[in-house]
Write a new protein. Structure first.
Length: 291
C-alpha cells in the first residue's frame, strides 16, 4: 500500500512469521483452557474412534480414509486422538482428557468462548494493521500436545492443506495457552521460506477411492540446520504466513503445550480451492473476521 509499515510488519514480511508476546492475557488463556475442559467432559467418544491424528503421510491417508469423520469436520466440533491411546476395541488405555490430540474445526463458530477470542477487537485491529480487507475465518483447532505423547508435526506449509489462488492469502493465528518451550514442542521455522510457493497439496480424493484425501507433489527434504526454535510465553500470538515452512517436535516433557489456532483467508480477489479437504457449507459459510 506504500503507507508507513510498522517494524513488526516488516519483520513478518521478511521472515514469514511474527511473535507478538502478551497479546492475550493470562485470564483469556485460562478461559479457553477451562472451556475446553468442559467440552471434553461432555464429549461423546466418537464410535469409530480409529481416527488417530497423524502427520505421517500414509498413516494420515489410512486413518482419515477409513472414515469421513475428518472430512466433514469443517463445520463441527470434533475430536481427534493421539496414536496408541486406544486398544483394538476402541477403549481408552489412558484417561480421555490425556489422550486427545486436537479438537476441530469450527470452535470459532460454535463455541462462545472461542468465538469471542477469534473475533476479539484486538484480533480485528491486527487484521486491519496487516491490511486485510475481507478476511474470513476458515477453520480453528485446539491442540493439546500431551506430555510424553504429543506427536511431532513434520515440516509443512499450511497452504498445502488450505490452498488458494493466488497463494499468499492464508494467515495462521497461533495462540500459546501455556508456555511453549523446546522441551514441550514449541514451533520451529525456516525464516524467509514463505516466498517460493508450495510443492505439495492435500486434495480430496476422487469419489469411490479408498481414501478421502491424497497428496499431490512431494515435500522437499528440508535442511534441519535451517530451522530456528520459537519458544514463547503463555499469551503470545504467533502469526504464520501460509507458505512458511514450520514444524514442531515430539513433546518429551511432562507438561502439556495447549494452543488455540485459527486460519484466516483474505477473501478479496481470492479463490478457495474446490479440491481442499475443508469446504464452506450452507450451514457454515466462512464467517467474516470483522464483526
Amino acid at each position: 500500500s506504500g503507507g508507513e509499515q510498522s517494524p513488526c510488519l516488516f519483520q513478518f514480511r521478511e521472515d514469514g512469521f511474527l511473535v507478538l508476546e502478551h497479546f492475550f492475557t493470562a485470564e483469556e488463556c485460562d478461559s479457553m483452557r477451562n472451556q475446553i475442559q468442559r467440552i471434553i467432559a461432555e464429549m461423546e467418544v466418537p464410535p469409530h474412534c480409529r481416527t488417530e491424528f497423524s502427520t505421517k503421510e500414509e498413516e494420515q491417508l489410512q486413518a482419515q480414509g477409513s472414515s469421513d469423520y475428518f472430512l466433514t469436520s469443517g463445520d463441527k466440533i470434533r475430536f481427534f486422538f493421539e496414536k496408541g491411546v486406544l486398544d483394538e476395541r476402541g477403549n481408552f488405555l489412558i484417561p480421555k482428557e490425556k489422550s486427545i490430540s486436537k479438537i476441530g474445526h469450527a470452535l470459532h463458530a460454535y463455541d462462545p468462548v472461542f468465538k469471542q477470542i477469534t473475533h476479539s477487537s484486538k484480533v480485528q485491529e491486527l487484521g486491519r494493521k496487516l491490511g486485510l480487507e475481507r478476511p474470513v475465518v476458515v477453520q480453528s483447532m485446539y491442540i493439546f500436545k500431551q506430555p510424553g505423547i504429543g506427536g511431532e508435526v513434520t515440516p509443512h506449509q499450511d497452504a498445502t492443506f488450505l490452498h488458494t489462488e493466488p497463494l499468499g492469502r492464508i494467515l495462521g493465528f497461533w495462540i500459546a495457552l501455556e508456555d511453549a518451550t523446546q522441551e514441550n514442542g514449541c514451533l520451529w521455522f525456516i525464516p524467509g521460506s514463505h516466498t517460493s510457493g508450495v510443492t505439495r497439496r492435500m486434495v480430496r480424493a476422487a469419489p469411490g477411492t479408498s481414501t478421502c484425501v491424497e497428496f499431490v507433489g512431494s515435500e522437499p527434504a528440508y535442511d534441519d540446520s535451517r530451522f530456528i526454535p520459537l519458544p514463547v510465553r503463555k499469551g503470545a500470538l504467533v502469526l504464520i504466513h501460509g507458505e512458511v515452512v514450520h514444524k514442531s517436535e515430539l513433546n518429551s516433557s511432562d507438561s502439556s503445550r495447549h494452543v488455540f489456532t485459527f486460519h484466516v483467508m483474505e477473501a478479496k480477489d481470492t479463490s478457495w480451492s474446490k479440491e481442499n479437504w475443508l469446504q464452506p457449507t450452507p450451514e457454515l459459510p466462512f464467517p467474516s473476521l470483522y464483526t
